[in-house]
Write a protein that binds this ligand. Structure first.
Ligand code: EPZ
Length: 434
């Protein structure tokens, strides 16, 4: 089991780049299946979730190769229309392949994704949308089979919730459907706009991405393209929380500040100084953070659920009580049981967490419950007096590229102790990122 060992109490200083967006790269890689040739995806982060996605593409018949942060997917020849259970279990968000496989093959079969650490993660909105596009959907023996032998037909699809994944699956499936599709109450996350940009550069005709209503005019086929993935706003906000909690001063480069609106407001309310220009953010943490009265997670452009845990960790040492309400996922406070081991004072009641800030927290041995909860534990370790060991780091490596290298570059005292006792592998250099 890999472990991050952190000696806390050091201010983070300096500057760093931010990885490409995991939640943008995954759907873009999935829909490269529709390009029928070599698609080149740049600024693709080095993550286990990206590798899992590449393995599914290879299973489907694509040739996939990576040179540092550039991934090339050749989907000229496809030989399968299913995702085996083992590959689905590697990454439940593989459901994002549904629209692409169905649009490419007229048939898609995958095992029911099931839940994960943060919730049941139903996919009813995805399946209802595929039915509206004309597919027959069967759920049997733990597998989902979607069939549309005559192709898909555009439809008006109102979503009862602005689901990110369902919006993505609909955009991808509808891109080559006959006629026009309108998604009502669509998700508005920046990753949706990045996916639409990729699809449009492949010849799709998508309008309105980033707004509540998206229109997709189906085309006969898509063609290969080159695309650079947007920066990861969640990773950026995570490192901002790390800088803030240590009273540090850090500049994050190659990001899009406009993607972090609500988070910047929370950091400022907590007493941080924020300076932005078009591609970077500098954050300066105060001697002691102030509490934040209320954080309520919401679909974009509200405060993102993925940043709830890292910010909660930061607020454990703030002056006063902070309240967080998690409205998106039903089980996203699991990390709090581990935060309490640092001496944090947190009460949880259903979807609400009340954090009574303390002056000092102390290093502890903790276990990562999920991806963003793991990031929260690392942030607590940076603030804690003494040594923290965050074990089961595989969750963290799903979504953060070499966090120990990024944090060490900002003066943190951290090392990754791999299972075989080796120290950290060196990630590709910044110049390779482009
Ligand atoms: C995406 O998950 C992200 N994952 C999540 O990031 C993120 O937290 C989430 O969007 C919300 O922003 C990827 O992009 C790979 P949803 P997704 O569909 O698409 C309910 C991370 O840490 N729902 O918007 O699964 C669902 O139960 C991950 O990087 C249905 O009820 O999110 C949840 O309550 C975690 N039926 C809510 O909608 C459906 O068919 C949000 O889900 C689909 C969703």
């Amino acid at each position: 089991m890999n472990v991050y060992e952190i000696r806390g109490g050091r201010r983070l200083t300096g500057e760093c780049g931010v990885q490409g967006s995991k939640n943008s790269a995954l759907p873009i890689l999935a829909c490269a299946l529709l390009c029928g040739g070599e698609a080149v995806i740049r600024n693709c982060p080095v993550l286990t979730d990206v590798e899992a996605t590449a393995n599914i593409l290879r299973h489907l018949g694509c040739r996939v190769r990576r040179e540092a942060h550039v991934v090339t997917v050749d989907s000229a020849v496809i030989g399968a229309d299913d995702i085996p259970d083992a590959l689905m279990r590697e990454m439940r968000s593989s459901v994002i392949f549904l629209g692409a496989i169905l649009a490419r093959n007229g048939r898609a079969s995958l095992s029911t994704p099931g839940g994960c650490e943060i919730g049941l993660r139903p996919i009813d909105l995805h399946l209802d949308a595929m039915r509206k596009l004309g597919a027959e959907v069967r759920e049997e023996f733990g597998r989902i089979v979607c069939e549309a032998p005559k192709g898909l037909t555009g439809a008006k699809i109102p979503l009862s919730f602005p689901s990110v994944g369902a919006t993505e699956n609909i955009m991808i499936a509808a891109s080559c459907a006959k006629g026009v599709t309108q998604i009502v109450n669509a998700a508005r996350e920046p990753e949706i706009s990045d996916l639409a940009d990729f699809l449009n550069s492949c010849g799709a005709r998508i309008a309105g991405a980033g707004e509540g209503s998206i229109t997709v005019e189906g085309v006969a086929r898509l063609h290969p393209t080159e695309h650079t993935v947007i920066p990861d706003r969640i990773a950026a906000a995570t490192y901002m929380a790390a800088a803030a909690v240590t009273g540090g001063r850090v500049r994050l480069n190659s990001i899009i500040p406009a993607h972090l609106g609500p988070e910047i407001g929370v950091f400022e309310e907590a007493g941080c100084k924020i300076e932005t220009d078009c591609r970077s953010i500098r954050i300066t943490g105060p001697e002691r953070l102030r509490s934040v009265k209320l954080i309520r997670t919401m679909p974009y452009p509200g405060f993102p659920t993925d940043i709830q845990a890292p910010v909660a960790a930061m607020l454990t040492v703030a002056d006063g009580a902070s309240v967080i309400i998690e409205t998106i996922f039903e089980n996203r406070f699991k990390y709090i049981g581990e935060l309490v081991r640092f001496g944090a004072k947190i009460r949880v009641d259903g979807r609400m967490a009340v954090i009574d800030g303390v002056k000092t927290i102390y290093g502890a041995n903790v276990v990562t419950p999920d991806l963003r909860g793991g990031a929260a534990l690392m942030i607590a370790g940076l603030a804690a007096e003494g040594v923290t060991r965050v074990s089961d780091s595989r969750h963290i490596e799903r979504g953060y590229e070499a966090p120990e290298t990024v944090l060490r570059g900002l003066s943190a005292e951290i090392k990754r102790i791999a299972e075989d006792g080796k120290t950290d592998p060196e990630p590709p250099t910044e110049t390779e990122r482009r």
